[in-house]
Design a protein around this ligand. Sequence first.
Ligand code: THU
Length: 135
Amino acid sequence: MTKAITQKLYQEMMDKAVEVSKNAYCPYSKFAVGACVLMDSGNIYTGCNYENGSFGMTICAERNAIGTAIANGDKKVKAVAIYSPNKDNCTPCGACREVIHEFSENDENVDIIVKIGDDIKVLKLAYLLPESFNL
Ligand code: THU
């Protein structure tokens, strides 16, 4: 993909992450998050965070989106866009980095897309998760 096509696609993914963040269920933290994943197949899936009164049961937006991808038979992640209205540069938490890694063929080729004001920034998963855990 050319840089221009990638930029347009990543912007569209970020728009979807913004949209789905509006469905977040976050009565405890009041911190809404939306995520949009692009799979190897070209399919994209979205997810938002949903919390629980038993706090540890909370599911992050990224893991929700990846769960939907898996349920649809897509297992290779290419890129993930993450957005929170509460915070610029909302990068995935450590747990979500490991889950993204689980479904990545090469962390050097997996793009993590975050929003800073009206701009998007692209980071490699390998940069965010050096020395990942592997069985
Ligand atoms: N959260 C996410 O959805 N993704 C992350 O990568 C970090 C945190 C959610 C979990 C919780 O509902 C809220 O943000 C505050 O931690």
